[in-house]
Design a protein around this ligand. Structure first.
Ligand SMILES: [Fe+2]
Ligand SMILES: [Fe+2]
Length: 351
């Protein structure tokens, strides 16, 4: 049986050998979100210290659950006292606590708590941004290309798939992580360009700026989640740097020239992403990839129940990709019908 360590061989530094403790999952209700907004943490316990992105990490992943934070924090406090560094609060993502900043400006971000009184520990997303993925979405939908531009878009995506198939083969954990670094670009580029257009033309956007930025953020959360499972090596980071430089500029130019083509390309990219995650699931089911416990960030972001595993995470991410597919094909269709995006209300929160 090939473990996820093997699944990420050569290209990724997997963390599958590290136990991924996680505690009770967040199941926020409307009341909870409201109460979260209203509550502040008077004396929240210090969370575990987290790793920085660079230089390459050798420390534990950020997988401790929100509820396990107090126990771990007390251990850290003891260690800090021993080391004479007491008073320094660990800093980093997954930790709602940071070093106190003395400032004249009086800006102090609210601290949020869950229903159980434990501190909301993520600074990259808030309780009201979490959601339950719609797993009932049709994964088989495909936009049949009829026009020249559609065929070009499909062939472009198929051409892009070819080198990634050769490069990653069936290392789906690594493949997913690396491709998410690209997938989070189009939404941001489209959002920025629509934002500038709105300013230039003194007009509303129909909500599409926010919808595309939401997509970019959702894709980035996929990356943040996969980072808990596998870590890139230095040359993979270099590859991402190069690919991002090329892809960002190419997509920027493509969106300026033809938004309907750009959205169609993303629609087809998402169809490929669904295929990749389906293969990922097959490898988990046949034991080629170890079905690790879901990282805490995934439990909170997708409101997954405690005991969820990597398989559950891949399921919700695949559902997200299906939603992105629909949104982008829809956006392209709007252009094809001679309309502008602003004329059709954007599907906000559709991911
Ligand atoms: Fe994604
Ligand atoms: Fe996507």
């Amino acid at each position: 049986m090939m473990s996820s360590r093997l699944a990420g061989t050569a290209l990724c530094r997997p963390l599958s050998h590290v136990p991924l403790p996680h505690g009770p999952a967040l199941r926020p209700t409307a009341d909870m979100i409201t109460s979260s907004l209203l509550h502040r943490c008077p004396a929240a316990p210090a969370p575990p210290q987290t790793a920085s992105l660079w230089p390459p990490r050798f420390s534990l992943p950020r997988c401790a659950s929100t509820l396990s934070a107090p126990a771990q924090a007390s251990e850290e406090e003891k260690a800090a006292k021993k080391a004479g560094t007491a008073g320094k609060v660990p800093q980093g993502e997954g930790s709602a606590q940071q070093e106190a900043v003395v400032s004249y400006w009086g800006v102090s971000p609210s601290r949020l708590v869950k229903d159980d009184g434990s501190e909301w520990r993520w600074t990259c997303f808030k309780p009201w941004e979490t959601y339950q993925a719609d797993l009932s979405i049709d994964l088989q939908k495909h936009h049949a290309p009829t026009t020249f531009l559609d065929k070009l878009a499909l062939r472009t995506v198929k051409a892009l798939r070819w080198p990634t198939d050769i490069f990653f083969q069936r290392r789906y954990a690594c493949r997913a992580m690396m491709l998410e670094t690209v997938a989070a670009v189009p939404g941001m580029v489209g959002g920025v360009l629509l934002h500038l257009k709105s300013l230039r033309r003194f007009e509303h956007s129909g909500g599409w700026i926010k919808a595309l930025l939401e997509e970019a953020e959702n894709e980035r959360m996929h990356l943040m989640t996969f980072m808990e499972v596998a870590q890139p090596r230095w040359y993979e980071r270099a590859l991402v740097l190069a690919v991002q430089g090329v892809f960002f500029n190419a997509y920027f130019l493509g969106y300026l020239l033809s938004p309907k083509f750009a959205h169609r390309v993303v629609g087809y990219l998402e169809e490929e992403a669904i295929h990749s995650y389906t293969e990922f699931l097959k490898d988990i089911d046949r034991g080629a990839i170890e079905d690790l416990p879901a990282p805490a960030i995934a439990l909170d972001y997708w409101r997954l129940p405690q005991g969820s595993t990597l398989r559950d995470v891949v399921m919700v991410i695949r559902a997200d990709e299906a939603h992105h597919r629909d949104v982008n094909h829809f956006a392209s269709d709007i252009h094809y019908q001679g309309l502008e995006l602003k004329t059709t209300p954007a599907p906000l929160g559709y991911h």
